[in-house]
Write a protein that binds this ligand. Structure first.
Ligand SMILES: Nc1nc2c(ncn2[C@@H]2O[C@H](COP(=O)(O)OP(=O)(O)OP(=O)(O)O)[C@@H](O)[C@H]2O)c(=O)[nH]1
Ligand SMILES: [Mg+2]
Length: 458
């Protein structure tokens, strides 16, 4: 039998109310030894799921705090076990003292994510739903929250199960043909198998095509603004942030360090890094800055290269442009309020006309077009996150990619009329990989790893 665990469920700090949560078979007995109702009854004398007013007492009979207490019996609780929640004043001392009393009465400190882990192990939610719980807590924008809620409600899981069940049906049928070749089982033709695999593959591809958006909504888009000194990188950051965050000056080499800021643009969580202008320099501090710029560029998902349109392309610009090859990028030709001395057509021919934008931070001309470019980059052809299932989680994305490979192998085998046994192996792999998303087929280690990333008390 599971033991009883407890933790502070609310954030530690000064708040109106704080909650200590207890889960496990001894929750009620344990709570009754420290929580006393106003009219001298025990908690179990009240209806379950009813808030009861009273106070918490320590071992010497001193009142620790006044509190509200609720008992939620399993299996219809968050964890699926008996749960008690004590709501006290949201001060650190009060919460810690009450938590300490739960330990003294026999509860064990909960590990991070252990309540949700128990919910998963007790079948209250599947693994993808459990992972979405943390996404809800960490949501950086309304859009990210919408996606996390959809996943928590089980939309992704339903879709995955749908694909998986269809593949399982094919395997069952193929195995029957393999096991009982002499029986008169309706023989699945290679064509039928092929069609089923193609349908599964299309669904997996559809999910993967939206993974890019989902990941950005969950984690934010790390964007590095790079360029040689004085082109207007810090000016662009300030303009997007709508505040004078970074120092702007006409002296090249003004920004020495990476300045990272989070912002929301049209619901897109951007982590925007303004960097030191890249150039060869004898200045020691500046050269460290240039190294940092290179590091952040390597780590970023999107490179925004800023050029000064009022000057011809310099050797430093060319070096920066060649360093972003193979990376997601957009090129901003800034200062177009001044006469343009850059060969825009040559840039467009090299980097694609859609990826070269003209802009003036000074007059704000072209800023809207840049925002539109970002929206297209993040939301893709769909242009919105309003409908549909978005894969947000890197673990899910990886599993879907390996599923795709297994299905492609199975498809090739079906097309080449390779014996059914081989197709079954590929299909089984795909089924297992999909099952790892929802947690049906996943190793304990991975489960532990996932919940260890949760916050305490959740
Ligand atoms: N005319 C004009 N000047 C601009 C524009 N954007 C920036 N500037 C000017 O260009 C100069 C350099 O701007 P910064 O934003 O400091 O340039 P930076 O790329 O951050 O430069 P470093 O930090 O030195 O690498 C400042 O004098 C800005 O006022 C623009 O659109 N038009
Ligand atoms: Mg700067």
């Amino acid at each position: 039998m599971e033991d009883t665990i407890s933790a502070i469920a609310t954030a530690l700090g000064e708040g109106a109310v704080g909650i200590v949560r207890i889960s496990g078979p001894n929750s009620l007995v344990l709570a009754e030894q420290m929580f006393f109702t106003k009219d001298g009854n025990t908690l179990s004398m009240y209806e379950s799921r009813r808030m009861v007013y009273g106070h918490v007492e320590d071992e010497t009979g001193n009142t620790v705090d006044e509190a509200l207490c609720v008992f939620m019996p399993g299996p219809h609780s968050y964890t699926g076990e008996d749960v008690v929640e004590i709501q006290c004043h949201g001060g650190i001392q009060s919460l810690k003292t009450i938590l300490g009393l739960t330990f003294a009465k026999g509860a064990r400190p909960a590990e991070p994510g252990e309540f949700t882990k128990r919910a998963f192990l007790n079948g209250r939610m599947d693994l993808a739903q459990a992972e979405a719980v943390m996404d809800i807590i960490n949501a950086r924008s309304k859009e990210a929250l919408k996606l996390a809620i959809r996943q928590q409600k089980g939309q992704l899981s339903t879709e995955i199960r749908h694909i998986r069940d269809a593949l399982k049906d094919v395997v069952v049928h193929l195995e029957a043909v393999i096991d009982y070749p002499e029986e008169d089982i309706e023989d699945v033709t290679f064509d039928e198998v092929r069609n089923c695999i193609i349908t599964g593959l299309a669904s997996v591809n559809n999910l993967l095509s939206r993974a890019h958006t989902g990941k950005i909504m969950r984690e934010g888009l790390l964007t590095a603004i790079v360029g040689r000194p004085n082109v207007g990188k810090s000016s662009l950051l300030n303009c997007l942030l709508r505040e004078e965050r970074a120092i702007v000056s006409e002296i090249p080499g003004t920004t020495r360090d990476v300045i990272q800021e989070q912002m929301l643009i049209e619901g897109i969580p951007l982590v925007l890094a303004d960097t030191a202008g890249i150039r060869k320099t004898d200045d020691f501090v500046e050269s460290i800055g240039v190294e940092k710029t290179k590091e952040i560029l390597a780590a970023s998902e999107l490179a925004v290269v800023v050029l000064d349109g009022s000057e011809p392309l310099r050797i430093e610009d060319k070096e920066i442009l060649s360093s972003i090859e193979g990376r997601e990028h957009v090129i901003i030709v800034n200062k177009v309020d001044l006469p343009c001395l850059l060969d825009l057509e040559a840039l467009k021919a090299k980097f694609g006309p859609q990826n070269v934008l003209t802009l003036s931070v000074k007059s704000t001309k072209g800023v809207d077009a840049f925002v539109q470019w970002l929206k297209n980059f993040v939301y893709g052809a769909g242009g919105t996150v309003e409908k549909g299932v978005f894969v947000q989680n890197v673990r899910h994305e990886k599993l879907l990619s390996t599923t795709k490979e297994s299905l492609k192998d199975a498809l090739m085998a079906a097309e080449k009329h390779i014996p059914y046994d081989c197709i079954v192996i590929d299909l089984r792999n795909a089924i297992n990989q999909l099952g790892a998303i929802t947690g049906e087929t996943v190793q304990d280690e991975i489960i532990n790893e996932i919940f260890a990333r949760f916050c305490l008390g959740k």
